[in-house]
Design a protein around this ligand. Structure first.
Ligand code: MN
Length: 192
């Protein structure tokens, strides 16, 4: 089974100026494509040859996990972005955020603080733990909460430099502040 680069729901310039067309061309068009090519090469002839991406990220290690994790994480990240996002959560998700973090604004501050504080390359996640509570977690490199069993992913921010360096240079905080302008909470609600 070959994994394929899916078609994005929006044009490569649609998230501009938060995320520029140049960043999308490099990030989606080159980085994600390379992870998918590596994944296809690494599963050939292994027990993961016909496995779902979910199973691969839960059960694999090493180079295969790194590439599969990056494919999974990027699909999840780009699916939640939109040129016409609903910028606030509603209903049960909003209740859960208010209960856990006090307010949406406080949640965003804590999420950004975690993402800014992540040393090197990685991802910051909002996950729902087995007991139902929400948790902000950091993952290094290709780290994924389903592999590390920290909870079910609801939302992630890519803080690898390739995600923001062309648009924000070293100002990771500016990228994260702008990130909320293109995050579609209807997608986060779907995962919740
Ligand atoms: Mn990335």
């Amino acid at each position: 089974m070959r994994h394929e680069l899916p078609t994005l729901e929006y044009a490569l310039d649609a998230l501009s100026p938060v995320i520029s067309k140049q960043t999308m061309e490099l990030h989606w068009g080159k980085h994600v494509r390379a992870y998918i090519n590596n994944l296809n090469n690494l599963i050939a002839g292994t027990k993961f040859e016909n496995a779902s991406l979910d199973r691969i990220i839960k059960e694999s290690e090493g180079a295969l996990y790194n590439n599969a994790g990056q494919v999974w994480n990027h699909m999840f990240y780009f699916e939640a972005l939109s040129p016409k996002p609903r910028k606030t959560p509603e209903g049960r998700l909003l209740d859960a955020i208010n209960k856990q973090f006090g307010s949406l604004e406080t949640f965003k501050e804590q999420f950004n603080k975690s993402a800014i504080g992540l040393f090197g390359s990685g991802w910051t996640w909002l996950v729902r733990q087995e007991n139902g509570t929400l948790l902000i977690t950091q993952e290094q490199n290709a780290g994924n909460p389903l592999h590390n069993k920290t909870g079910n992913p609801l939302l992630c921010a890519d803080v690898w430099e390739h995600a923001y360096y062309m648009d924000y240079q070293n100002r990771r905080a500016d990228y994260l502040n702008a990130f909320w302008e293109v995050l579609d909470w209807t997608v986060v609600e779907k995962w919740f």
